[in-house]
Design a protein around this ligand. Structure first.
Ligand code: PLP
Length: 230
């Protein structure tokens, strides 16, 4: 198991480097979030020993359970849909929430962050492909949402996130990633006070295409830890 994690990580890092080079980008500007959902603490620890600095989870309970078992100083990223009643326990415990997808959630993150005396970094999740099963704002809604959210204290919008549809050939979802990048650039040009530096896009199936299209955060689980057992 340990060797397969090392091999998986090496492959992902090489692929990221090559994709970045193809796009004329510096690979060091691309953050790998190793997605540890359903992965036990030993495997997560192994990844950290191999240089992983950021872990991603989609359930609040898993962050709270695994966090104390792992070394401090690593980043935690919440990448899954967040219920408003689960906001309070993660405030101050995660470095970035990737899944801000509705106004009520923005208000709750703001309220709980102010209570805790800190600011929470968030990404706005965008449903670029329009798949009904996916959460996220439609691209048309994002600019106004961000404009409004700028007035919420304790909430810092740091960028955009999307999940592309699962397809056999990741080339097919290239336009999804391109659209998220263009949307981000468009909003930055319209709203000067927002810093949308983060583009979280790309998973095991499609991260090389995402990097070619400008991703600077990729969320990769299966390629590192193997197929998940639920
Ligand atoms: C599970 C998950 C990932 C990682 O998926 P893999 O295909 O295993 O790389 C990335 N992003 C989100 C939002 C996820 O839920």
């Amino acid at each position: 198991m340990e060797d397969s994690i090392a091999a998986g990580l090496t492959l992902v890092r090489e692929n990221v480097k090559r994709a970045a080079q193809r796009a004329g980008r510096d690979p060091s500007g691309i953050k790998l979030v190793a997605v540890t959902k359903t992965v036990g603490p030993d495997a997560a620890k192994r990844a950290i020993d191999l240089g992983v600095t950021a872990l991603g989870e989609n359930r609040v309970q898993e962050i709270l359970a695994k966090g104390p078992l792992l070394p401090g100083g690593i980043e935690w990223h919440l990448i899954g849909t967040l219920q408003t009643n689960k906001v309070k326990p993660i405030i101050g415990r995660v470095n970035l929430i990737h899944s801000l997808d509705r106004w009520h959630l923005a208000e709750e993150i703001s309220r709980r962050s102010v209570e805790a005396g800190l600011a929470s970094g968030v990404l706005v999740q965008v449903n670029v492909s329009g798949e009904e099963t996916k959460s996220g704002l439609s691209p048309e809604e994002v600019a106004d949402f961000i404009k409004d959210a700028l007035s919420l204290p304790g909430l810092t919008i740091k960028g955009l996130m999307t999940i592309a549809p699962y397809v056999d050939n990741p080339e097919e979802v290239r336009p999804v990633f391109k659209e998220l990048r263009l949307l981000s650039e468009n909003i930055k040009s319209k709203i000067s006070s927002v810093e949308l530096d983060c583009l979280s896009m790309g998973m095991t199936n499609d991260y090389t295409v995402a990097v070619e299209e400008g991703a600077n955060i990729i969320r990769v689980g299966t390629a590192i830890f193997g197929k998940r057992k639920y």
